[in-house]
Design a protein around this ligand. Sequence first.
Ligand SMILES: [Zn+2]
Length: 305
Amino acid sequence: MLKKIDSANEFLKNNSDLFECPWCHARFDHDFRHKSLRCDNGHVFDLSSKGTLYFLKRAVRTKYDREMFTSRREMIRSGMYRPLIDRIQQYVEANALEQSLLLDLGSGEGSFLQEMSATFPGRRIGLDISKDGIYMSSDHRSDDLFWCVADLTNLPFADRKFDVALNILSPVHYDEIFRVLKPGAPLIKVIPSSGYLRELREALYDDEKKNYSNELVMHRLSDECAIREKTRVSYVFELPEIARHHLSAMTPLEWSARAARLDDLRKNPLSRITIDVEVSVCLPQRKGQPRQNRLAERSPGAHDV
Ligand SMILES: [Zn+2]
């Protein structure tokens, strides 16, 4: 088996046309020998030893660290999101999108994309702003799978390249997504609904943080996109004992919880949890805007995983 860096270099050899310099927006040439992308203006991006590319100008501080991503990985592997993944799979099959070139925006540590490898056997790129998350993602290996660290507001891709975009429980920048999607290609966006992780909120908080509304996020979504399909996926998941202690550690919810509440939860972990999300299939509402420095959507819901 090739080393991670060498299989990623093979991917770039065949797919360098997908990428575009995020600093000056020029096209890239792939330098096979030096395992890097070089733009027409001389900006160079080298593959890391893990076979990932790093497109940020400077490191971004994030509380989404390796420990949190490890918990998130355990929860996804436990099957907690299986009905959600099945719903996306149904849509993909109904629309014959299996061989699509797929972009996962806010891919975290990569487990959602990995869980969907049977659904999308074609080329897939996962992107996240967290280097820890992308390094962990590189454990998921396939010749058609590629991972990079980049800014959602300034994607390192050329216009109109992708067939489908996924954005699962993560912030998004609509103009940038629709710039890199082919005309008519869908964005599949998953947003938490009011019952999402209800038992965890109730265990950690007494005040208004117990409740969550996705009204603002949904409002923004319908402003920015033409929503073609919308399905609420809601169920209670029985947590396997081995996964229970990972539940609160996988979300930012515990960051602002009182220590006593966290202690109680660690002594008596939850045995079941509600998953309640909205899956929307979206097309752009208006013609793509030119690139500029725009702020990503930031909302409480966007940070729930
Ligand atoms: Zn450049």
